[in-house]
Design a protein around this ligand. Structure first.
Ligand code: ACM
Length: 264
């Protein structure tokens, strides 16, 4: 499946313009699946819960419905990060997987990072894998990568591709993906924004360099650190479904769960 990683540069709070910029970037590559960063059209740093309340969107909101319409018109799926206002009013840092027929899946970030802990509810969906047009796709959001159990869980659930929407401010994720892809034999698409964001004197620098790594550790995409763009690669599920390392070793069958710490 031809998959595009959309690396953008949102201006804080300029929601309509940011979505326009995203659609402009998406129009540069024809793909079946488009993956966008975390909080991709709002900006990331909140100063208060009130600010987050202003920017949070429900699935029915016009901002999110624009992506539903785009998906239908272009017959392509879109996975994007946004601040989600749930039906009960709680606000989550979420990723929505929108399919052209209007079906969708919401994943709510399991591992909140830094000041997100002040404003967001911790995710309550857990991980899930959705099969769409022959590809099994799992969603994750940014800091989830720091907990290797996240990607392992998605791999054990059968994911071929982990759609990892990010606003990365720490180094290393793009290189750690090499190990995560190999140890799970999955494709990983880490999709990151670029630019600086200064709010109340605190400046965050987003590291760009969106990557797509295949199950053997090859970097199919290694995008620039400071430029926006839309970068596409072919995802072949036959590669991620072969968990045999050789005649004697199978990545999943060889696991010794009795020796692993039982976390439940
Ligand atoms: C992050 O989780 N946005 C670093």
């Amino acid at each position: 499946m031809r998959t595009a990683l959309v690396q953008n540069d949102p201006a804080w709070g300029q929601v309509t313009e940011n979505i326009d910029q995203i659609f402009g970037l998406m129009s540069k590559e024809k793909a079946s699946l488009y993956i966008l960063p975390e909080m991709c059209y709002t900006g990331y740093q909140m100063r208060s819960k009130d600010e987050l309340e202003q920017l949070a969107d429900s699935v029915e909101s016009e901002n999110i419905q624009r992506f539903f319409r785009w998906s239908k018109e272009n017959d392509a799926a879109v996975i994007l990060g946004f601040p989600e206002r749930a039906a009960d009013g709680r606000i989550y840092n979420s990723s929505i997987f929108i399919m052209p027929d209007g079906a969708f899946n919401i994943y709510r970030k399991s591992h909140l990072f830094y000041k997100e802990k002040l404003f967001f509810e911790p995710g309550n969906t857990g991980f899930r894998v959705i099969e769409w047009r022959g590809l099994k796709i799992g969603q994750a959001i940014c800091f989830d990568w720091y907990f290797s159990e996240s990607f392992k869980t998605l791999a054990l659930m059968g994911a071929d591709l982990i759609a990892h929407s990010c606003n990365l401010v720490m180094l290393h994720c793009q290189r750690v993906d090499f190990a995560r892809a190999i140890e799970n034999r999955v494709f990983i698409a880490t999709v990151n924004r670029i630019g600086d964001e200064e709010r109340d004197g605190e400046k965050l620098h987003y590291t760009g360099q969106s990557v797509c790594v295949d199950p053997l550790g090859n970097y199919l995409i290694d995008a620039p650190k400071t430029e926006t763009g839309c970068f596409a690669a072919e995802i072949d599920p036959a590669l991620s479904r072969d968990k045999n390392l050789n005649k004697y070793n199978n990545l999943f069958q060889d696991r010794r769960e009795i020796f692993y710490k039982n976390i439940h």
